[in-house]
Design a binder for this molecule. Structure first.
Ligand code: SF4
Length: 366
């Protein structure tokens, strides 16, 4: 792959990108006062979150957990609460676990060694390279979706980037392009180029620092790169949630087991509808299995559509009345009776927060 770049061209690509980035870099909060902790946190947040959304969360998270020690010493529930609304909560659990490991194994200092960075929970090859280059000046090329797209266009790369072989080839390309000693700025510049100029649908080739060397532009249709095989359609599920209210107007909420998806978050108890089952029967069964209670399932309150990366769902919330039993944490980590004004103390996923919003709006209307 390095055959793609004769030394003079490689230098021209490096210099033009670095010069462009020096002029055009957006003033993002994590680019100020760069510490390993800030770099790490921003990289984890940006894995699945847009820059504009991450900015507010980044500031609030740092205010709440100003150091690795503060993060490690906080209960997981507080970390999930600070992450609430960002989605992909495994990231928050991994951050917390990694902070604890840094305290236990690295004396509270973020590790410098590439292998030790890579060994932290939630840190894959891309994130390790990004942290290593940005925080410690390691010569490591960080390859994310943005970078793959830019490199695929630059070289009119015809491999299917959904396949590991093509990714390995692009990684080789990124390694070959990396200017030794300036990897951080180069990685960041390349990510910036992908995010702001070489965008998926409308690449702004006229203002691109690489336009004169870009093979996809020369061919006339940059958006035909990168080549990617079609994804399998994601399955759709119907999920029932029981909104159980007691005589004092409190709602029954349950905490998901840590090992499960959205682990550690709170929810209105329920689960996935099985074949041939009505949503009402599903809710009654789930509450029996999860909390050991018998409920009468009443009217539907709201249906919340929601998309995860690997499936979509309709979450059907029904009002329920407790008929028999006292809740026990059988297939959940914990449970509580909580008033609507107490819900803010618990971390919920986005779909369950929509149910809370619905209940709040309904209460205001009354
Ligand atoms: S010239 Fe166009 S297609 Fe090529 S890297 Fe730049 S923005 Fe992307």
């Amino acid at each position: 792959m390095s055959a793609h770049f004769a030394p003079a061209r490689r230098r021209a690509l490096q210099q033009s990108l670095l010069a462009w980035f020096a002029l055009r870099a957006r003033a993002l909060p994590w680019r100020r006062r760069r510490t390993p902790y800030r770099v790490w946190l921003s990289e984890i947040m940006l894995q699945q979150t847009r820059v504009d959304q991450a900015i507010g969360y980044f500031a609030r998270f740092l205010k709440r957990f100003p150091s690795i020690r503060a993060l490690a010493e906080a209960p997981l529930g507080d970390v999930l609460k600070a992450w609430e609304g960002l989605g992909y909560y495994t990231r928050a659990r991994h951050l917390h676990a990694a902070a604890r490991r840094i305290m236990a194994e690295h004396g509270g200092r973020f590790p410098r060694d590439p292998a030790a960075i890579r060994a932290l929970p939630g840190v894959g090859p891309y994130t390790a390279a990004a942290i290593g280059s940005l925080a410690f000046g390691h010569d490591a090329a960080a390859l994310d979706g943005n970078v793959m797209r830019v490199l695929a266009r630059l070289t009119a790369f015809t491999g299917d980037i959904a396949k590991p072989g093509a990714r390995a080839a692009l990684q080789e390309l990124a390694d070959a392009l990396l200017p030794r000693g300036a990897a951080g700025a180069f990685n960041e510049g390349l990510m910036e180029l992908g995010a702001t100029v070489c965008t998926p649908r409308r690449p702004a080739c006229d203002v691109c620092p690489w336009s004169r060397w870009c093979a996809a532009r020369a061919e006339g249709d940059p958006t035909s790169y990168p080549r990617k095989s079609r994804k399998q359609p994601v399955p759709h599920k119907h999920v029932g949630a029981g909104v159980v209210v007691d005589a004092r107007g409190r709602y029954l909420i349950a905490q998901r087991k840590e090992s499960s998806m959205l682990g550690g978050l709170w929810e209105f108890p329920g689960g996935t509808q099985e074949a041939g089952e009505s949503i009402e029967a599903c809710i009654a069964r789930e509450l029996r299995e999860e909390l050991g209670i018998e409920v009468e399932v009443g009217e539907r309150l709201v249906t919340v559509p929601h998309a995860f990366s690997h499936f979509t769902m309709d979450l059907h919330a029904h009002r329920c009345r407790l008929r028999r039993g006292r809740p026990r944490a059988i297939h959940c980590a914990d449970w509580r009776w909580a008033r609507l004004d107490e819900m803010a103390h618990f971390a919920f996923g986005r779909a369950d927060r929509k149910i809370i919003e619905f209940l709040r709006a309904k209460t205001r209307v009354k």
